[in-house]
Design a protein around this ligand. Structure first.
Ligand code: HEC
Ligand code: HEC
Length: 351
């Protein structure tokens, strides 16, 4: 399906409707004679710096489906012990991560890796630090029924169907009661709306010369000159490929990363290049959360990564830059911060 058609045509009209709806939303009752009324927003407008997002043919986007997915994404009742929603580990204040070195799931299960950001995740082709999941829908099912949330999908959908507010939305969107399959489809549709358009860097790209400082502008040029974009490429700042930069390779049992997925020795310790969008907020850094500050993370990359047998020396070389150039580079990275994270918890069905 061509998302451009979906996104551009009705945008102006929908934005106007949304503004009116937004003004009233604080006072608006979410029940209408006892019937739950979901908060429905327009699909995001196509942004000039981005390509159209590919949407799977079997899960087209509609405002109603996205609204349902947004509720499910924020609903702690999806986890085994009611303690975790998807949002619990992907929060706005932390750049859509959780601020922990390694995530802690429902039932207090310790997870082996750090929560990655979800900005622009709908553009990705493979998911997780090692790319072991092939679609957003499969990933959502894995997060929901695996250690992140420890849910038994059938038990949870039975609970959702017992809530008329949810059941009626599933009927409307999927012409069926909630099933594990349509739960993850709705969540996937919502995730495709998580786009980091409003950053100083995007405003500068779109023609506002004053949107970023001189220092950030110099930093952007340094970033390209020293080829950080060999891997942090394009407007997503990721090539979506897997590289060994040496993080955690000094551990007794290093995380094999991509190597475990492909069984190719040369992929040992390789991880998906993370996006750098909103990077100033998503500390601690790297797949194991082993680095506390952005300065330290940048210094490791400037040093050409950490030496080990599988280091991607082809794409990553050491660079000596002046302290003021390092500050410029950091200011460029800060210009990728999202100013108005719009992931807010909607009203959820209570009966
Ligand atoms: C307990 C914390 C936690 C919860 C709850 C959680 N996640 Fe995550 N999420 C993580 C961690 C940790 C990873 C990385 C795991 C890995 O790479 O092995 C991750 C990875 C992801 C990714 C892949 C990102 C990428 O760059 O490839 C997506 C998408 C995602 N989560 C969405 C979700 C959705 C949807 C839910 C709810 C169904 C959810 N998460 C619930 C911690 C969490
Ligand atoms: C060889 C490809 C490659 C190059 C070149 C590269 N990076 Fe990275 N970068 C990665 C990968 C892969 C990771 C994640 C590694 C991990 O977690 O094990 C990463 C992680 C990072 C992180 C932490 C991101 C996070 O979410 O935790 C920052 C910041 C970063 N790089 C900045 C830079 C800068 C600045 C440059 C240029 C000096 C650069 N990188 C060059 C591949 C690269």
């Amino acid at each position: 399906m061509n998302t451009r058609n979906l996104l551009i045509g009705p945008t102006v009209f929908l934005v106007a409707v949304a503004l009116i709806a937004a003004c009233n939303s604080n006072v608006r009752e979410t029940t209408n004679g006892g019937v739950f009324t979901p908060e429905i927003q327009p699909l995001p407008a196509q942004l000039s710096t981005y390509e159209a997002m590919p949407v799977p043919a079997d899960n087209p986007m509609t405002p109603e489906k996205v609204a349902l997915g947004r509720q499910l994404f924020f609903d702690e009742r999806l986890s085994a012990d009611g303690s975790r929603s998807c949002y619990s580990c992907h929060v706005c204040e932390k750049g859509l991560t959780d601020g922990l070195p390694k995530a802690i799931g429902a039932l207090n299960k310790q997870l082996p890796r750090s929560s990655p950001t979800l900005w622009n995740i709908g553009y990705h082709k493979e998911f997780y630090w090692d790319g072991r999941s092939g679609s957003l829908e499969k990933q959502a099912l894995a997060a929901w029924t695996g250690a992140n949330m420890s849910a038994k999908a059938d038990e949870i959908v039975a609970k959702l169907n017992a809530l008329e507010g949810y059941r009626s939305q599933f009927q409307k969107v999927f012409q069926s009661d909630a099933t594990p399959d349509n739960v993850v489809k709705a969540i996937g549709a919502f995730e495709r709306t998580i786009i980091s358009g409003n950053t100083a860097w995007d405003r500068w790209k779109a023609g506002d010369n004053n949107a970023i400082s001189q220092s950030a502008w110099r930093g952007w040029n340094i970033f390209q000159a020293i080829k950080c974009n060999n891997c942090h490429d394009g407007v997503l700042f990721t090539d979506q490929q897997y590289h060994n930069v040496g993080i955690g390779m000094d551990q007794k049992e290093p995380d094999p990363g991509r190597g475990k997925v492909t069984n190719r020795p040369e992929d040992t310790g390789a991880f998906k290049t993370p996006t750098l969008r909103d990077i100033a907020k998503s500390a601690p850094y790297f797949h194991d959360g082993s680095v506390a500050t952005l300065e330290e993370a940048v210094d490791i990359m400037l040093a050409g990564g950490k030496p080990n047998q599988y280091l991607d020396k082809k794409n990553l070389q050491p660079h000596k830059i002046l302290p003021e150039q390092r500050e410029d580079l950091l200011n460029f990275l800060r210009s990728l911060s999202v100013d108005d994270c719009n992931l807010t918890k909607p009203p959820l069905p209570q009966k």
